[in-house]
Design a protein around this ligand. Sequence first.
Ligand code: CA
Length: 226
Amino acid sequence: MATVLLVEDDPSILRGLEMNLKIDGLRVLSATDGVAAVRAARAAMPDLIILDLGLPSMDGFDVLREVRKDDPDVPILVLSARASEAEKVLGLSLGADDYVTKPFGLAELLARVRALLRRTRRREADAVVAFGPVSIDVVARVVRVNNEPVEVTALEFDLLRYLTDQPMRAVTREQIMQAVWGAGHAGTPRTVDNFIARLRSKIGDDPADPKFIETVRGVGYRFNPG
Ligand code: CA
């Protein structure tokens, strides 16, 4: 059973949401001010946090910062009457995963909660990806070859994850750039090739006859878990 930490100082919203989350099969903990929220997040390590921004004792944005410092992975859904774009952007840049403005539709909120929880469960299920002598600890972001940690940069790690996330699927260099470098990147297809070459050498994949990161002629690359 997944645990949700519900942070809300409005008693009627708190009660209503608490009831509906429980009906949805979730365990619900609640906090009605910011300091209590940070404490509860630390102590209970919930699977999801629903966070109001206007809170007594500590602003929701500060709660968000504090919680993210301790736990980079817990999904946080901000639920706020602050509907300006600037505040949404700030919330998301501080590490919120979703932002719902009040007044909100209950069905939509519950659907978003379920979506965030599904994402976490998938992440936990895939916490270690292993192929040949290679293992990737997704949570710790550590790559090991024959149990020895190998140094990879953040981009190399993201690239490796992108490929291993979709085994046996050919992806183009453009798709890789979009997904790993993001929109507005300055890279060229050649950049991708250079990164692939480095990754292959780091995971011990023979560039002349790669077993794991295969070249798909005229297309791009394909991860083959073997
Ligand atoms: Ca409030």
